[in-house]
Design a protein around this ligand. Structure first.
Ligand code: NAD
Length: 507
């Protein structure tokens, strides 16, 4: 079933190490090694030396050295380099797709049609956006001075990324930072470094100078905390779980850093009784199973108004049974394994505990046969879970949808908001007033109407509440990666200004 010819041979490709510092690959010096495991087979496919604090120091020094040169390039020069970057990524699209599928277990059609094209589009978007960094217009606000605003890069950005979309997360962190003239040290998750390393290599090939984009692959508590606390890092940008985000916030705050946090999610999917049932059922299955449910915006809590509830539950269960679980490198596969056996066991634990208080309507099992070695889990639907049970309140991060009935519109919206998270949500209705009310009243950084999941480079992505603050993608991300300077010119040319009376008496 597995065809090794189509997989990606990581050990040879990254023989020089999983660090990328000052334009070159390097081996980590922590004294500890780590194995990237193909979750479809359980086989180790790449063993490398983890970064320690010394490697983080070297990467930060490279980024600091590169900052004066890169930050003084013109927006047009940065834009040209980033257009070349997008072209290099497009040339290597298939290699990126195979490496991402190997390390994450993502179906190859997902990496070829979503992760990689999305990253190329993001790169092209920020190539254009680099030329549109704006401050407010100048003016004589005091009457005696001309004021204007400069938008400036911050310096060295230290970024930390999760394993669920390693290439896209690298892109979301690196692109707005360097478009604005910063330099960056990115720490990918230990499980999934391959495409972040390839992304940094592609930047060099595009002519982006050495040291502008650096990668350190190390453990969170070791390399990660050292990067966040580093005195030469001006800003921390973190994407990951809310628990780790709190720890990162403590360290960043203690060193007075700019902070951008993209944290967990538990997106509601609210179906009103006038919704197109077929659209809602298809949207719920696709929106909950994308990336094997390891998506911070995935549909996880379906609230369905009572008249449609039974039909929705049986429609979703039937459709989930048609999803083809299998080898990520088979183009007919719809759903690959989870990222690791540990993540699969964690997901299975949520489902097993739910059996005592809710109804497992579909899935809830580990596939056997050819798939038994991998970290696979069947698409799962849990019905009738109480609102305050753990499957409704906690991030499961697997192919599991929970469905809960509601009666009035007020109740549907109240339940959608009754959770600490606020990253994304959707509402399903043909009534424009109902749908519009949902967009106003659901507390989340993104609300879709009659769809769930699509993202676009031009629009911001980021959370409300415990899902964090700050925006990725779009020109809104420049609010995170730039600082604003007020410049004030005196226009009077007089030595004794009027306001000096406050100091020099009434003269
Ligand atoms: P995680 O929080 O366990 O790890 C994220 C990163 O933080 C990894 O690189 C890890 O090595 C590092 N890390 C761990 N401990 C650290 C520490 N003490 N100091 C510094 N760094 C540390 O998350 P994960 O399991 O890799 O990813 C899944 C989580 O990411 C989910 O909660 C998901 O919702 C979230 N996520 C959010 C978004 C978003 O845009 N809001 C996007 C993708 C993923």
């Amino acid at each position: 079933m597995h065809n090794p010819g189509h997989r990606f041979l990581a050990q040879d490709r990254f023989a020089d190490g999983a660090q990328f510092i000052a334009g070159r690959p390097a081996k980590g010096t922590s004294g500890q090694s780590h194995a990237v495991v193909d979750p479809a087979t359980g086989d180790a496919v790449y063993t490398y030396e983890l970064a320690g604090p010394g490697d983080v120091d070297a990467a930060v020094a490279a980024a600091r050295d590169a900052f004066p040169g890169w930050s003084s390039t013109t927006p047009g020069e940065r834009s040209d380099a980033m257009h070349r970057f997008a072209a290099v990524l497009a040339d290597r699209a298939d290699e990126f797709a195979r490496a991402e599928s190997l390390q994450c277990g993502k179906p190859i059609k997902l990496t070829r049609e979503f992760d990689v094209p999305g990253t190329i589009d993001n790169t092209a978007f920020f190539a254009g956006a680099a030329r549109h960094l704006q401050g407010q217009s100048a003016g004589e606000y005091s009457g005696d001075h001309t004021s204007y605003v400069r938008r400036e890069p911050i310096g060295v950005v230290g970024s930390i990324a999760p394993w669920n979309y390693p290439l896209q997360m690298a892109a979301w962190k690196v692109l707005p930072a360097i478009a604005a003239g910063n330099t960056i040290v990115l720490k990918p998750a230990e499980l999934t470094p391959l495409t972040s390393l390839m992304f940094a290599e592609a930047a060099i090939e595009a002519g982006i100078p050495d040291g502008v984009v650096n990668i350190v692959t190390g453990a969170g508590r070791d390399a990660g905390e050292h990067l966040v606390g580093h005195p030469d890092v001006a800003m921390t940008s973190f994407t990951g779980s809310t628990g780790v985000g709190k720890r990162v916030a403590e360290i960043a705050t203690a060193t007075v850093k700019r902070l951008h946090l993209e944290l967990g999610g538990k997106a509601p999917f609210v179906v009103f009784d006038d919704a197109d049932l077929e659209a809602a059922v298809h949207g719920a299955v696709a929106g909950s199973l994308i990336n094997t449910g390891q998506d911070c915006t995935a549909a996880t809590r379906a609230y369905v108004q009572r008249p449609l509830y039974d039909a929705f539950v049986s429609g979703v269960a039937d459709l989930m049974d048609t999803v083809r679980v299998g080898d990520p490198f088979d183009s007919a596969t719809d759903l690959g394994p989870l990222v690791s056996h540990a993540q699969r066991d964690r997901v299975a634990g949520f489902v097993e505990r739910a059996r005592s208080y809710a109804r497992v309507v579909a899935g809830g099992t580990v596939p056997g046969g050819d798939l038994a070695r991998g970290a696979y889990y069947r698409p799962t639907l849990i019905a009738d879970a109480p609102q305050h049970s753990e499957v409704v309140q906690s991030e499961i991060f697997g192919p599991v949808l929970v469905v809960v009935p509601f009666d009035s519109d007020d109740e549907g919206i109240r339940l959608a908001n009754d959770i600490p998270y606020g990253l994304a949500a959707s509402a399903w209705s043909r009534d424009v007033y109902r749908a519009n009310r949902a967009t106003r009243e659901i507390k989340a950084g993104c609300v879709w109407i009659n769809d769930h999941i699509p993202i676009i480079s031009e629009m911001p992505h980021g959370g409300y509440k415990a899902s964090g603050f700050g925006k990725d993608m779009s020109t809104y991300s420049f609010e995170e990666y730039t600082q604003i300077k007020h410049v004030m010119f005196d226009n009077t040319a007089v030595a004794r200004k009027d306001w000096h009376r406050t100091i020099f008496g009434d003269r």
